[in-house]
Design a protein. Structure first.
Lengths: 163, 247, 163
C-alpha cells in the first residue's frame, strides 16, 4: 500500500481542500514524504486524459476539471440571485463580519440575502453587541472558493464601507 | 464628443486598432497606456461620466506600464493587485471621491466574480454500513440489555421487599426465598411478645410494629400453614384476628 | 471532451451507484456508447496503482479500494442514523422478533427505524397477532456480505468476544 494511494483515498473521501498537516494527521506520515506523494499524485492526474484533477490552490482537493463544470452544476445546482451572490462574496472576503458593516457595504437588501444564505446553510450568524457576527460555513467551503486577489478585494471593500 | 460618450474601456482600444493608431499585433504598452490616460483626461475635461470599467482598464494598463518600466514581466501573473489605487499618477484635478465612486462600481462587478464554484463537491457523502459497524452496535446493544437485566432484577427484589405487588407466581417463588424466612421469624418474635399480654391480636396491630400489611399477611399465612397460629375472620373483608395455636 | 471523461465526472459528483440509464440521462449519450466508455473507464482505473476503482456490481460507482477502507471508515459518516443501525442490529441478532418486543428494547423511535429499514429492503415484516414479526432479508446478507444466515453474525460475535 503506497503512501500516494493512501493520500488519494483521503482526498477522495473527505472531498474538501485539506492542508498538508490535515492529511498528515489522517495518513500518519511526515510532511516531506507527503509533499512528494502529493506531487506525484498531481502529476499522475495531470498526465491522464480524465475528468479529474488535483487542485493545490488553497489546500489539496480532487475536483472535476473546469471543462466538465456543466455536469457538476446540473447534478448539484445552487440557485442564487446575483445580489445574494454579491453579499455572499462580501461575507467570504471580510468574515467574520458584522451584519451592520454589510449593510454599509451592500445596502439594505443585505437582510434578505442573509436570510436566504442562512436557509441554504452557507453562512451562520451569532449575536454580537447590537448586531450579528456573520461567517461562512463548512458547506460554503464545500461549494465555493475565493478567487483572485482576495486582499485587494478586501481593501476595496474597506474603502467602500468608509465612504 | 458623441463618439467619446460611447467609448468605454476596451472599446477605446479596439477603435485605435481599427483606425490604425495602434498595431494590435505589436502593442507598445507604454505608449498605449499614455494614450489611454490622455483619453481619460479628455473625457474628464468634457465632464462626461467616467465609468468604472474605463477606470479599471486605466489602472490595469498603468500597472502593466510600471512593470515594464521596472523591467518586470507584467504578463507573468494576473495583473490584479492592491497597488492599483495608489500607484498610478492620475492628474491632481481628479476628485478622489470620484475615483472611489468608480472603483465601487467596478468592484461590484468583480465581487460576483470573487467566488468560484468548487468542482470537488459531491452528492451522497456517506458510506455503506460495514459489518464492523453493525457488530459495534450489537455490542452496545448487549451492554444495554445487560444493564436492563440488572435493573429489572433489582426492581424485582425491591418490589418483593414490600410485597405490595405480587402474583401467584411471585408467592410460590417467595416460599423458597430466604428473605421470607427472615420475615416469618421477625413476625413470630413480634407475636410471641404480643401474646404475652393478649390472646387475640388484630392484623392492624402488627403494622404498628413496623411491618407493612401485605408482608405481615404473607408471613402469617406461612405461620398458619405451619400450625403455629390460627387465623380468624368473621366475614370476608372484615378484621382479621390472630389466635395463638393451642398445644 | 470525451464521453469517458464526462462519465467519470458524473460518477465522481454523484457519489453513488448509477445505472446506465441514469448516466445516460445526465451525459445525454446512447447506452451503447456509454457501455463502451464505462468499460474503458473501468480498465483505466484498474490499470492504475491508485486507491480508487470503479465498481460495476450493483450500478456503476467510483469507490475507494477495500484495502484503503480504514481511511473511509474513519472519515466518512455512515449512510443511516446510528439509531436506525441500533434497531437493525437488534433485529439481526433477535430475529425473528416481534415489533412490540423491539419497542421494549429500543423505544418508540423503532417505528421510524423500521420504516426506514423496510424502505432499504434490509428487513421484512409480517403481521403476527397484534404485532408484526420482523426479520432481515437476503438483501441484508448481501449488504453486509454475510454468506450464511445470521448464525454467521452470531459466530462472528462469539469469535470476537473470545479474542
Amino acid at each position: 500500500m503506497s503512501l500516494k494511494a493512501r493520500v488519494e483515498a483521503t482526498l477522495f473521501t473527505t472531498g474538501k481542500a485539506l492542508t498538508i498537516e490535515e492529511i498528515s494527521e489522517i495518513v500518519k506520515a511526515p510532511n516531506e514524504d507527503l509533499e512528494e506523494a502529493l506531487l506525484e499524485l498531481i502529476m499522475d492526474y495531470s498526465s491522464r486524459d480524465g475528468a479529474l484533477e488535483i487542485d493545490d490552490e488553497d489546500g489539496y482537493v480532487i475536483q472535476v476539471k473546469e471543462e466538465y463544470f456543466d455536469i457538476v452544476e446540473s447534478l448539484m445546482p445552487i440557485e442564487m440571485s446575483e445580489n445574494a451572490l454579491k453579499t455572499l462574496s462580501a461575507i467570504a472576503i471580510k468574515q467574520p463580519v458584522l451584519q451592520s458593516d454589510l449593510v454599509n457595504i451592500i445596502g439594505m437588501g443585505v437582510y434578505d440575502h442573509i436570510n436566504y444564505l442562512l436557509g441554504k446553510e452557507l453562512i451562520s450568524k451569532k449575536p454580537k453587541g447590537k448586531s450579528f457576527m456573520i461567517k461562512t460555513t463548512t458547506k460554503f467551503n464545500e461549494y465555493f472558493k475565493l478567487t483572485g486577489d482576495t486582499k485587494t478585494l478586501a481593501q476595496i471593500l474597506d474603502i467602500q464601507s468608509k465612504n | 464628443m458623441n463618439e467619446i460618450d460611447k467609448l468605454d474601456g476596451i472599446e477605446i482600444l479596439v477603435n485605435w486598432a481599427k483606425s490604425g493608431e495602434v498595431d494590435p499585433w505589436d502593442v507598445d504598452i507604454v505608449k498605449v497606456t499614455d494614450m489611454f490616460l490622455e483619453k481619460l483626461f479628455e473625457i474628464k475635461q468634457h465632464n462626461l461620466r467616467l465609468t468604472g470599467r474605463t477606470l479599471f482598464f486605466a489602472a490595469v494598463l498603468l500597472k502593466i506600464k510600471s512593470d515594464i518600466l521596472e523591467g518586470l514581466d507584467p504578463f507573468k501573473e494576473v495583473p490584479v493587485s492592491s497597488d492599483f489605487i495608489d500607484e498610478h499618477d492620475i492628474d491632481e484635478d481628479f476628485d478622489e471621491d470620484d475615483i472611489y465612486e468608480d472603483i465601487r462600481n467596478t468592484n461590484i462587478v468583480s465581487l460576483e466574480n470573487a467566488l468560484a464554484r468548487r468542482t470537488s463537491t459531491r452528492k451522497n457523502r456517506t458510506r455503506k454500513v460495514t459489518l464492523e459497524d453493525l457488530i459495534k452496535q450489537l455490542r452496545k446493544l448487549e451492554e444495554i440489555e445487560n444493564k436492563q437485566k440488572v435493573k429489572r432484577t433489582e426492581e424485582k427484589i425491591n418490589t418483593r421487599r414490600s410485597y405490595t405487588h405480587f402474583t401467584p407466581d411471585d408467592i410460590l417463588e417467595m416460599a423458597h426465598d430466604e428473605y421470607i424466612e427472615d420475615e416469618i421469624i421477625k413476625l413470630q418474635n413480634t407475636l410471641t411478645k404480643l401474646f404475652e399480654s393478649e390472646e387475640i391480636i388484630e392484623l392492624n396491630e402488627l403494622t404498628k410494629s413496623g411491618m407493612d400489611r401485605v408482608s405481615a399477611y404473607i408471613a402469617l399465612l406461612f405461620l398458619a400453614s405451619r400450625s403455629r397460629i390460627d387465623l380468624v375472620q368473621d366475614e370476608f373483608y372484615s378484621d382479621l384476628y390472630i389466635i395463638k395455636e393451642v398445644g
